[in-house]
Design a protein around this ligand. Structure first.
Ligand SMILES: *Cc1c(COP(=O)(O)O)cnc(C)c1O
Length: 451
């Protein structure tokens, strides 16, 4: 590290003592005192309910096509949505482990088991590919929004999309969603994969005819290279995970969908029935978009908290210092190396941080060891298999319950907490091959044995 850098870190830690703990890779939490109401925050997001409605309508138009080409989506008529389920057994175990009662309900959002690509990226990633395809086809006068979109499965359309290409940089799951969807439509697609991306994800994409470019560096480099490739090819569309509003809106549709599910489950969300949502965060688009959709659907009584690995706390760092994408975890000497591959991001999205900081109650970091332990617990007590990233939210309810400053500030008293719902967003794992899952479970046993 250079002297310049050391001076920068010294100034930063003087101003923000929390950074010292981040650098020491401690598990920390920070609840932002500067949050505002949705009404005050909306102008900073720059998107509206109409934008979400447009995304939702677009997904409805594509649903008959999706049901046709991905038969696993036929039972939901081509709507890509996940179940929300209670996890009472692990709740009791968490209360025991953290010696903290979790009042209210504990639920799991199983985006891990979304069809087509088995992660939260099946929301934003697929949506952006569909948006691009629709625009191309409409501009070429091959499609109108009143058509039956099943026609997109015809050879005529495949040949049309073949003349166009798509590129993306990814730690794995975004590449899976974009790659599988683009290849299905007929696009030639390249996925630029960072070093941490799992081999099976690369293999699977190649099976689907996707060009996979591998890097020995992290996500930031993979994205940069993808961007460069796209710039040199006028037929190539680059999907920009760091800045895309389209991706963000694809995620945001989750809000109205969850509202429908909660109505069916008779779960109330209002001033006396707060909802806490714990979202694993990488670059921020997924959890940010979901959080935006949830706020728009439920209003001010929903509380979103982001979870990041101790080795990749890019969003907490960006928002806490106000430097957003002007700072990376590497700038303060953190390596961005984590088993939570979907969260291995060193520099947060500047768009998401700036748009959403007023609407996110808090941020915390957790160790890989803890994710592995919870991966094992989730398998043992709820028989649900997840990838490490997807476990980041599980300690969230204990962190909220133990933070009296935060709960007092928001007037979340014991009565309200008794009526609360805690929703842990499980972001990936449904498509992890058996052998890979067994090795995750082996690591989980190993970590468990140490405590
Ligand atoms: C991508 C991903 C996330 C986080 O999404 P970002 O948009 O990168 O913040 C969380 N969990 C899993 C499993 C992911 O693949």
């Amino acid at each position: 590290m250079t002297t310049d850098n050391q001076q920068f870190i010294q100034q930063l830690t003087q101003k923000y003592p929390l950074i010292t703990q981040l650098i020491a890779l401690q598990e920390v939490s920070w609840f932002n005192p500067n949050i505002t109401s949705l009404k005050e925050a909306l102008p900073y997001v720059g998107l509206s309910a109409d934008d979400i409605k447009e995304a939702s309508d677009r997904l409805t138009r594509f649903a008959p096509y999706l049901a046709l080409v991905f038969p696993e989506t036929a039972i939901t008529n081509g709507i890509i949505e996940s179940d929300t389920v209670p996890i009472p057994t692990i709740k009791a175990k968490l209360e025991e482990e953290y010696k903290t009662p979790i009042s209210g309900k504990l639920l799991l959002k199983k985006d891990s088991h979304l069809p087509i690509s088995g992660s939260i990226k099946a929301r934003g990633g697929i949506y952006e590919v569909l948006t691009h395809a629709e625009k191309l086809a409409i501009n070429a006068e091959l499609l109108s929004t009143s058509d039956d979109y099943k026609k997109l499965a015809s050879p005529e359309f495949k040949n049309f999309f073949k003349q166009h290409s798509i590129a993306v940089g990814s730690t794995g799951n975004l590449g899976m969603s974009i790659g599988i969807m683009s290849a299905k439509l007929g696009f030639s697609v390249s996925v630029h994969m960072s070093a941490d991306a799992r081999q099976w994800k690369k293999d699977k994409l190649r099976e689907h005819g996707v060009k996979v470019v591998e890097y020995e560096q992290d996500y930031g480099v993979a994205v940069e290279q993808g961007r460069k490739e796209a710039e040199s090819d006028p037929t190539c569309f680059f999907i920009d995970d760091e800045n895309s509003q389209t991706l963000f809106l694809g995620y945001a549709v989750a809000g109205e969908r969850l509202k429908t599910q909660f109505n069916e489950m008779n779960i109330l969300v209002d001033e006396n029935h707060p909802l806490f949502v714990y979202l694993p965060c990488g670059v921020g688009g997924g959890p940010g978009g979901v959080a935006f959709g949830l706020k728009m659907a439920f209003g001010d009584h929903i509380h979103c908290i982001f979870a990041e690995p101790t080795h990749s706390p890019c969003m907490m760092l960006g928002v806490h210092t106000g430097l957003h994408d002007y700072i990376s975890v590497q700038d303060i000497g953190i390596d961005n190396i984590t088993a939570a591959d979907g969260l291995a991001v060193g520099r947060a999205s500047g768009f998401v941080g700036r748009a959403m900081e007023r609407l996110l109650d808090g941020y915390y970091t957790l160790s890989d060891k803890r994710m592995y332990r919870h991966l094992g617990d989730m398998n043992t007590y709820e028989h649900i298999q997840l990838e490490p990233s997807a476990l980041a939210g599980l300690i969230g309810p204990s962190i909220v319950t133990n933070n009296t400053e935060y709960r007092n500030r928001l007037k979340l008293d014991d009565t309200k907490m008794c009526n609360a719902t805690h929703l842990v967003w499980a972001t990936g794992g449904g498509m992890v091959p058996k052998q890979e899952m067994l090795s995750y479970l082996e690591k989980a046993r190993h970590e468990k044995a140490k405590v």
